[in-house]
Write a protein that binds this ligand. Structure first.
Ligand code: SF4
Length: 223
């Protein structure tokens, strides 16, 4: 490897639609082996401070719905369940339409992660009808102060409201993602995670929909 002193030139696919990104090796002997994965978009318009995606892949680009449907048709020959992936799948401007069409095609659906706010009931309903067993949301921090530090612009009410919406649709498992060890974190921020989770759990229990709560708490690693 020779360092010539010149900057590395970014490799850039000018038309995403011309380069489908889907599962190419299909085997049950791997994580997500029961899914046919389809990249829906590339990049993210949000600017969480711990994440490089916004800068590294700017500007955010979406694949056209026609191409995504064509990829889904191919994928459904091999798998019943489609996994829609990308850093911000939820922000695809035609997501509701896409999910509706995929369901009409008989697809079972899975999505890499949803946004806490806004969280569309239509999207949740389509995912639930499409057999989604798990919905993942990422508050990332328990306290409002720390969420502001990391530029995760969602409030506690937003988080609790979105948890309620998930339970309302009868989804069986809700996963919440948090990070610990964020810069400036104190014991109060950790306690805030616990308090937030307890409040959210009470909301799920009130719904009596059988929605279980699972926590993914990972050490802070810049992405
Ligand atoms: S963490 Fe997610 S929402 Fe935030 S900038 Fe990265 S990809 Fe976007």
């Amino acid at each position: 490897l020779v360092n010539s002193g010149t900057p590395v030139v970014r490799q850039w696919v000018s038309k995403l639609d011309d380069f489908p990104a889907t599962s190419t090796i299909l085997t049950p002997d791997t994580e997500l082996g029961n899914l046919y994965l389809i990249e829906v978009e590339r990049g993210c318009n949000w600017g969480c401070r711990f994440c490089l995606v916004n800068n590294a892949f700017h500007p955010m680009r979406y694949r056209s719905i026609d191409k995504l449907i064509a990829q889904a048709e191919l994928g459904l020959k091999y798998r019943k369940r489609l996994g829609l992936v990308g850093p911000a799948v939820y922000d695809h401007p035609q997501l509701e339409e896409l999910l509706g069409k995929l369901r009409q095609m008989g697809a079972e659906l899975s999505i890499s992660s949803l946004r806490v706010r806004p969280l569309s009931r239509i999207v949740l309903r389509e995912l639930a009808k499409g057999g989604a067993r798990t919905i993942s949301l990422a508050p990332e921090a328990g306290s409002q102060r720390l969420r502001q530090v990391i530029k995760k612009s969602i409030s506690e009410d937003d988080i609790l409201e979105s948890m309620d919406k998930v339970a309302e649709q009868g989804v069986k498992l809700l996963k919440l993602y948090f990070m610990i060890g964020l810069p400036s974190e104190t014991d109060e921020d950790i306690e805030a995670i616990i308090n937030l989770v307890i409040k959210g759990k009470n909301i799920l229990d009130k719904r009596r929909s059988g929605c279980r709560l699972s926590l993914n708490i990972a050490p802070f690693v810049p992405r």
